[in-house]
Design a protein around this ligand. Structure first.
Ligand code: F6R
Length: 366
């Protein structure tokens, strides 16, 4: 049932070209320039008119929410707040008419997320769900939503659910932007075409699996890791660090690259591996200078770079290339090498990758 893979997690990482495709199926028609989200179509006006979106979730789903924050604000110009469901539920949150809450959950059973939904509902909010499991408690508790259709996720570490969540949230943001008129027709069409190209680009990253394994081998016994990224790649840094810590039990932290100099840079020495997402996007130059700061302190840098970047291989210790992707869609591709790196290190350390200690697939208790 693992389809020839050693673990469910690896199978699920390799399923992503298909699962990302499935999350768009019947929704995106790039050749016609159309996008449809059946479960939300009656609510599109309300979404386009909303004054604020509050996104709630836990763990990896919260990271998908952080990615969505950038995309909604950029494309649909709607202010977004992203909250841990566990904090939101105990904070007497301010919810006003015209606010929309989007709850993200793979399992649809996370207790904190469910309680946060009930609280927001009691304050009159309109609630959308982005869930993977059809018929789950969260899917039933929300007013409307869009399923991620990633298929069952068995490995405790969430992988294909994350990329499906980001895909579906991108579709919701695009639909809102289109309805609001905050996106040009040409950018809308371009992003639909780019979305359809994502599965093939993820497939290409998966072909770098052997190279990633070699890097994992070198860092198998590291005691700490730092992950850095800017903009949309900042939540990807958080997600890369979470994957590593939960399955390998190595201490890892994700930071926005520019925050380094406000503290974490003190940790950098020759024993500190630093994974930097340094793709060719609008923060590339800034990230390069952050890398130089790390190198000046003898940190060992593993950079995720855009194919054809000939500069970074000269200044960092290791590079993992990914195909060129539109800035807005970058996380769908840039997260994949980080999933593989965490997986390989955990396997090399002999960890129980699919069922890490102290963790459960759905956290149905507080
Ligand atoms: C990370 C992970 C957890 C979940 C979190 C939320 O790999 O699996 O952090 O993302 O417990 O779970 P869902 O999305 O089911 O609400």
């Amino acid at each position: 049932e693992k389809g020839g893979f050693d673990h469910f997690m690896l199978k699920e990482i390799f399923e992503q070209p298909r699962s990302i495709g499935d999350s768009m199926r019947g929704r995106v028609k790039a050749d016609e320039g159309t996008l449809q989200l059946g479960g939300l179509s009656d609510y599109m006006d309300k979404l386009a008119k909303s004054k604020r979106i509050v996104i709630i979730g836990c763990g990896t789903s919260w990271h998908a929410g952080l990615v969505a924050e950038y995309i909604f604000e950029e494309l649909a110009r709607i202010p977004v707040e992203v909250e841990y469901a566990s904090e939101f539920r105990y904070r007497n949150p301010i919810i006003k008419e015209g606010d929309i809450v989007i709850a993200i959950s793979q399992s649809g059973e996370t207790a904190d997320t469910l309680a946060a939904i009930e609280l927001a509902k009691s304050k009159g909010a309109l609630i959308f769900g982005v869930c993977n499991v059809v018929g789950s408690s969260i899917a039933r508790a929300t007013h409307a939503g869009a399923f991620t259709h990633a298929g069952p996720e068995i490995g405790v570490a969430s992988t294909k659910a994350f990329t499906a969540q980001v895909t579906v949230l991108t579709l919701i943001a695009l639909a809102a932007a289109k309805r609001k008129g905050t996106i040009s027709d040409s950018l809308f069409r371009q992003l639909l075409v780019e979305l359809e190209s994502i599965p093939a680009k993820v497939e290409k990253v998966l072909q770098a699996a052997d190279k990633i394994k070699e890097i994992a081998y070198i860092f198998t016994y590291a005691r700490n890791f730092i992950y850095l990224g800017r903009g949309l790649n900042f939540p990807v840094a958080l997600e890369g660090a979470l994957k590593l810590k939960e399955i390998s039990y190595i201490h890892a932290e994700g930071y926005p690259a520019a925050e380094m100099k406000h503290g974490p840079i003190a940790l950098i020495d020759e024993d500190m591996p630093v994974v930097v997402i340094a793709t060719k996007d609008n923060s590339y130059e800034k990230v390069v200078s952050n890398i130089q700061e790390v190198k000046a302190r003898k940190g060992r840098v593993i950079a995720i770079t855009t194919e054809g970047d000939t500069y970074l291989p000269g200044i960092v210790d290791f590079t993992i290339e990914i195909p060129k992707v539109h800035d807005i869609l970058m996380p769908l591709v840039s997260v994949v090498p980080l999933q593989l790196l965490a997986y390989d290190i955990a396997v090399m350390r002999g960890r129980n990758v699919d069922q890490p200690r102290n963790l459960a697939k759905s956290v149905t208790v507080e």
